[in-house]
Each structure stands twice: as C-alpha cells, then as structure tokens.
Design a protein around this ligand. Structure first.
Ligand code: RP5
Length: 170
C-alpha cells in the first residue's frame, strides 16, 4: 500500500525539478513519504493557494517550496497554511539566485518561511526530516545516525589529507 505523503514539495516550474530532485533523494533515504507538485505563485496563483489551504487536511505536515527569480511561492503557500514552509531559492535568471534568496528570506513579520541556501534542496529536506522528528522518535534516531555518519566521514577525510601531506614531504 502507498504511504500517505508527509512532505509536500512544490515547484514553481517543472524546470526546477533538476535541483529539487535532491530533496526527494534525501526523503527517500530517510523513508519519508512525499509528493511533488508544480504550482506557480504568479502563473497559477489559485492552484498555489488551494494547495496550501488543503495541505493540512490531506495529511501533509511540512511543505518545501523551490522557486527561482521573484520567488514568491514559499510566501504564498505560507500565507494560506498553518504548516511550516521551507523555501529553497533557486539559481537562474540575470541575478543568479540573489533575487530568489531575497524574495524568500525577507518575509514580512507574522508570516515566516524557513529559507535555506541558494539551491539548498538537500538542506530543505533535512530540515523537513528534523521538523517531523520532533514528534517521531524513530525518524529522530535516523537523523542522529546520519549526523554521526557525516562526522565520521569528516574524520576519514582529515586522516586521508594528513596521509597525503606526509607522503608529499617524503
Ligand atoms: C520561477 O521562474 C520558477 O520557479 C523557475 O525557477 C523560474 C523559471 O521558470 P520557467 O520559465 O523555466 O518555467 O517562477
């Protein structure tokens, strides 16, 4: 049986999927069910607002919205839902992501959006996992393992670098 999606990933355009696919990979790794939808704040404002309005009743718990240029999508979703919204500013256009970053991070007081780095789809998914983990001990434990593995990888990289430096001195 298909599991009910817990995370809604919304793209401003299908052209955003190449970058946002990374979020789906992270959620797959953590075993978190999700759905992916295209809804543009400007080209299909009704579709975007309706998605946000209905998200909670459909069982979604966190929304991730990726958009480029004048990226109003995360804000438009946040305006119409009580669920947490994570915005991913996407690179592209003449300003190369700065436009999307400022659009997403500079939300007016009262309507927060958690903004991650430009093209930060991976971190958006990790933050979604952490949010879900607040009430999901199993997921929280998986996140702890992920962090431990990451720390171990740094130690291995450091050891390899030391080895390389030492051998270059010989
Ligand atoms: C934004 O405009 C989208 O999120 C996308 O990043 C950008 C360009 O969209 P397309 O013209 O490729 O559909 O709204």
């Amino acid at each position: 049986m298909e599991k009910r999606p817990r995370v809604g990933i919304v793209l401003g355009s299908d052209s955003d999927f190449e970058v946002m696919e990374e979020a789906t990979r992270v959620l797959d790794d953590f075993g978190v069910p999700y759905e992916v939808t295209v809804a543009s704040a400007h080209r299909s404002p009704e579709r975007s607002a309706a998605y946000a309005r209905e998200a909670e009743a459909r069982g979604l718990e966190v929304l991730i919205a990726g958009a480029g240029m004048a990226a109003h999508l995360p804000g438009v979703l946040a305006a119409s839902t009580a669920l947490p919204v994570i915005g991913v500013p996407l690179r592209g256009g003449a300003l190369n992501g700065m436009d999307a970053l400022f659009s997403i991070v500079q939300m007016p007081p009262g309507v927060p959006v958690a903004a991650v780095a430009v093209n930060g789809a991976r971190n958006a998914a990790l933050l979604a996992v952490q949010i879900l983990g607040v009430k999901d001990p199993e997921l929280r434990a998986k996140f702890r393992v992920y962090k431990e593995r990451m720390a171990a990888e740094v130690a291995v990289k450091s050891a390899k670098l030391q080895e390389k430096l030492l051998s270059s001195l010989k």
